[in-house]
Design a protein around this ligand. Structure first.
Ligand code: GRF
Length: 195
């Protein structure tokens, strides 16, 4: 399975995927490229350190959103990927790309969708809202990407307990370690080995 990973930040989910390919948790998969909208994303460093093509395609480099969308889609098509993985990617996927890669784009979201998702619910904000609401169980979700934000068909979820004294940072780390970094590699492996 030829996979492109789209990132915006630290790339800990990307690292989990890289490690899973190395240790055999993910089979029949080639990480073809990592693409970030953010030139400074540490995720690009992680890609380079692992011999994976690291590209920055940023809206800032294009006259308008349409030109950015065109450039992103052209690069994705050129890479001839079978699966696009959004791993902490904070830019909306162009509708044209969702249509061309229907059921071939997956995303990891750090909550149990449909709770705490949609516009504004990204990064620490998700965990701030979870603690604010006082829910006792949170978790992460891997889902197919459709035209909406965090609205596509759910592939898998993993619960994570909220604990006394949790701060957003502590909770985020637990959700990443116990849920995200397990769910995403498992989903890629499932897709890579489905008949
Ligand atoms: C984190 O908030 C994570 O929960 C979400 O995307 C953000 C960045 O993750 N999936 P990463 O470290 O860049 O993979």
């Amino acid at each position: 399975l030829r996979v492109a990973v789209l990132v915006s930040g630290g790339g800990t989910n990307l690292q989990a995927i890289i490690d899973a390919v190395k240790d055999g948790t993910i089979t029949n998969t080639e990480l073809v490229a990592v693409i970030s909208n953010n030139a400074n994303a540490y995720a690009l460093t992680r890609a380079k350190e692992n011999g994976i093509e690291a590209l920055c395609i940023s809206p800032k480099d294009y006259a308008d959103r349409a030109d950015f969308h065109k450039a992103l889609l052209e690069k994705i098509n050129e890479l001839k990927v079978d699966l696009i993985v959004l791993a902490g990617y904070l830019v909306k996927i162009p509708e044209e790309m969702v249509h061309q890669y229907s059921h071939r784009i997956i995303n990891i979201h750090p909550s149990l969708i449909p709770s705490f998702c949609g516009v504004g619910y990204y990064g620490l904000h998700v965990h701030e809202a979870v603690l604010e609401k006082g829910v006792k169980v949170t978790g992460a979700t891997v889902h197919y990407v459709d035209e909406g934000m965090d609205t596509g068909e759910i592939i898998a979820q993993k619960p994570v307990m909220v604990e006394e004294g949790d701060t957003p940072e502590i909770l985020q780390k637990r959700v990443m370690e116990q849920a995200e970094w397990k769910l995403l590699p498992a989903a890629i492996n499932m897709i890579a080995n489905q008949k």
